[in-house]
Design a protein around this ligand. Structure first.
Ligand SMILES: Nc1ncnc2c1ncn2[C@@H]1O[C@H](COP(=O)(O)OP(=O)(O)OP(=O)(O)O)[C@@H](O)[C@H]1O
Ligand SMILES: [Mg+2]
Length: 452
């Protein structure tokens, strides 16, 4: 998150005393260091592992610093090279910068100087990540990321998000399809200390079985047939930020082990690399699967479940928070119309709101979004009546679940009044005529379960 995050550093110099100095001082500054005594060993190390920075002496046995720099540009172009030089070879140092070195340091090296250069490397890396964060925010901007709803159940969800967001805790978000799990994850991230760093969403179910490990953890060039270049995994892309593992139940057992290892040690290993390395990522997970059943059926690791479930947020289905429907409908209508909510709110007639309240919403908020898009188009941007809703939402559909008309209905004007009334009268639902009131879906169902 800060520019002082640990870097993975390769240090190459034949001078023993300097090697010892770096071995002890760089870790003290919070970095990981690999020391090499000559140019060839440095190239080998660059081939095997990823480094954020390579500090290269210009005069080394085997290959010179300039030669190593040339190879680095080929095999590890994302590694920032810093060359070290005596006063006598300043021209070579300048040549190195012209060839793409990030900076140079003059010998004898002072720790403060090294620290300053490394801070610049970290800042550059952070800037890259911030850029990514910005991009992901732009991509997400097609829908306003406001988690709408102030029913008792959603108040509980907002409270939980507010509590866990500023921590570093792993969070598991549960809920039926379309209930807003991804939106809840984004909301949590936006309230977290990592909000200026990347938010990287991954749909685990969409990753191909063969490539899932390399997609998540990255790979080294040549580690398998089609690996023709180094590849950064999503854990690295998200470094300093947040990785959202959507449909986490879809990860295979092999990847589950690797995810568990990361959660326990903070380390990952690229495919084809020998050394693991640390990465600073907060994990948020979501699923609509029943992970406990999957554990019983030996499809999900119990130890991983306990790790990701440190804090649990359960998004209630829409049918259990009908009080949110009018507000959500207006919000989603505004989204369909690409206009502010207050400009579209009165387009929704009370009769249309009634029809929405009577539906059971198996597809939850996503289904409501589709319905509002449909209605907006059918109504041609004008007032929406029940006739503009999809057929299955109009009066004729599912008579068994039609509600008793509420006595106050005629006096209710717009949806606002209706939503206020329903909020204060929790026992009335669309199925009130035929079934008992639904179980209360309050904060108690989304209570955090602190396990470790
Ligand atoms: N409370 C809410 N307020 C506003 N929009 C919402 C809300 N909940 C969901 N949405 C919208 O509904 C759609 C579906 O939400 P989202 O993708 O977060 O659901 P999900 O639970 O992740 O679904 P799935 O299980 O299918 O992946 C999105 O377009 C989202 O912006
Ligand atoms: Mg989702």
């Amino acid at each position: 998150m800060s520019a002082h995050q640990n870097l993975r550093i390769l240090f190459a110099d034949d001078e023993k005393s300097l090697q010892e100095f770096m071995r002890s001082e760089l870790p003290r500054l919070g970095h990981e260091v690999t020391v090499c005594a000559d140019g060839r060993a440095a190239v080998k190390a660059l081939e095997k592992n990823f480094f954020d920075a390579a500090i290269l002496d210009l005069r080394m046995p085997g290959l010179t610093g300039i030669e190593v720099l040339g190879q680095l540009k080929q095999i590890a172009p994302e590694t920032e090279a810093v060359v070290m030089t005596g006063h006598a070879s300043m021209e070579t140092a300048i040549e190195a910068v012209r060839l793409g070195a990030f900076d140079y340091i003059t010998k004898p090296c002072k720790l403060t100087e090294i620290e300053a250069v490394l801070n610049k490397v970290a800042e550059k890396r952070d800037l890259k990540h911030k850029n990514l964060a910005l991009q992901s925010r732009v991509q997400a901007a097609e829908g306003p990321s406001v988690l709408v709803g102030d029913s008792a159940a959603m108040k509980g969800v907002h409270r939980l998000i507010g509590t866990v967001a500023p921590t570093e805790s792993t969070v598991l978000i549960l809920g039926e399809t379309g209930t807003g799990k991804e939106l809840a994850a984004r909301t949590l991230y936006q309230q977290s200390k990592r909000k200026d760093m990347p938010f990287v969403p991954v749909n685990c179910g969409a990753l191909s079985e063969n490539l899932v490990e390399s997609e998540l953890f990255g790979h080294r060039k040549g580690s398998f047939t089609s690996a023709d270049r180094d590849h950064k995994g999503l854990f690295e892309v998200a470094n300093g930020g947040t990785l959202f593992l959507d449909e986490v139940g879809e990860l295979n057992k092999n990847i589950q082990v690797k995810l568990l290892r990361f959660l326990e040690s903070g380390e990952i290993r690229r495919v084809g690399e020998t050394e693991p390395f640390r990465t600073d990522v907060r994990i948020l997970c979501a699923t609509n699967c029943d992970l406990r059943t999957m554990i019983r059926e030996d499809q999900f690791r119990e130890d991983l479940y306990f790790r990701i479930n440190t804090f649990e947020i359960r998004l209630p289905p829409l049918r259990e928070r009908r009080a949110d429907i009018p507000d959500l409908a207006r919000h989603l209508l505004a989204r369909a119309a690409r206009r502010p909510v207050d400009q579209v709110a009165n387009l929704l007639t009370p009769e249309a709101v009634d029809a929405l309240l009577e539906h059971d919403w198996p597809g939850n908020v996503r289904e409501l979004l589709n319905v509002m898009e449909h209605a907006y188009i059918i109504a041609g941007g004008k007032t929406i009546t029940p006739e503009d809703l999809p057929h299955h939402l109009r009066g004729g559909a599912g008579p068994a679940t039609l509600p008793l008309k509420h006595p106050l209905e005629s006096s209710l004007q717009a949806g606002d009044a209706r939503s206020r009334w329903i909020t204060s009268s929790a026992s009335w639902t669309s199925t009130a005529a035929t079934s008992p009131p639904p179980p209360p879906s309050s904060a108690s169902s989304s209570r955090p379960s602190i396990i470790s």
